[in-house]
Design a protein around this ligand. Sequence first.
Ligand SMILES: NC(=O)c1ccc[n+]([C@@H]2O[C@H](COP(=O)([O-])OP(=O)(O)OC[C@H]3O[C@@H](n4cnc5c(N)ncnc54)[C@H](OP(=O)(O)O)[C@@H]3O)[C@@H](O)[C@H]2O)c1
Length: 284
Amino acid sequence: MRTLTVIGLGRLGRSVARLAAQSGGCRIAQLAGRSLPALEEARAFVGEGEPVALGGALRPADLYLLAVPDGAIAECAQRLADHVDLPAGAVAFHASGVGDAGLLAPLARRGLRVASLHPAYSFADPARAAAGFAGTLCALEGEAEACETLSAFAVDIGGRPFRLAEGGKPAYHAALSVASNYLVTLAAMAERLAAEGGVPEALLRPLLGNLMRQSLDNALALGPRAALTGPVSRGDAGTVARHLQAMRDPGLIEAYRAMGRQTMALAGERLDAEARRRLAALLG
Ligand SMILES: NC(=O)c1ccc[n+]([C@@H]2O[C@H](COP(=O)([O-])OP(=O)(O)OC[C@H]3O[C@@H](n4cnc5c(N)ncnc54)[C@H](OP(=O)(O)O)[C@@H]3O)[C@@H](O)[C@H]2O)c1
């Protein structure tokens, strides 16, 4: 059975430790952090693991998860490499979405195998997060052997592991931001325009929500290209011109034009040369 030590018992650290403890395939060795009272609380939540102050000795384990904020991972790895005796051959990993295994370079120099495991999941509340985690996709990146070990670990805790290309973390994380954050921004832009057009406030979300859900369902079921409808995909430059005339905020116009250019590219051969020329004149 694999042993896991978790360093940093915040939202992700607690959730992953609890999932590992309950998995049957893993035992928690130690829970390491800066505040002993917080570690005692984490221990109660996880159900097992020895609380230990960061900087103190760590016992040998198979896996070390550095579950500290992204900006603290490199410094934490350096501190561990300088002051703590960790067994060569063990796997050290972090859970950042954008950072890669290189953040753990000081530990790699001490003979540990390093990787990152990013669950595409929100751990806002550890109890809820652990209860709903099953089936979560977990992106793996780093040393091949470490990724293999972490792939088995991800399956143990109920995740669905997959490998990223080397150097792929920033683009992978940008994709998640576009898909989740920018979708929300688009909803806000659409609400603003609809309100300017006189749609009553109480109807903004029903009106846009139905359309957004339908479009998202279509894009996920058919693929984005086949799901695309609307004036840009039809080459209707007159409608696009009227949309632009209705907008006053330069930031909104810029965003509309940028999305319009991406939409033209997505429409591809559905647009003939003349439609493409007329749209490009409007969208830049
Ligand atoms: N939360 C999510 O939904 C989520 C999802 C996917 C990936 N992740 C990744 O998981 C990692 C942890 O995120 P989180 O949301 O769990 O953060 P968090 O809730 O803020 O917890 C961070 C933990 O790290 C400790 N810590 C902070 N700075 C430290 C430092 N300089 N040295 C040592 N320990 C330090 C904190 O301890 P104190 O209590 O002493 O401050 C806390 O226990 C990040 O890499 C994040 O990108 C998070």
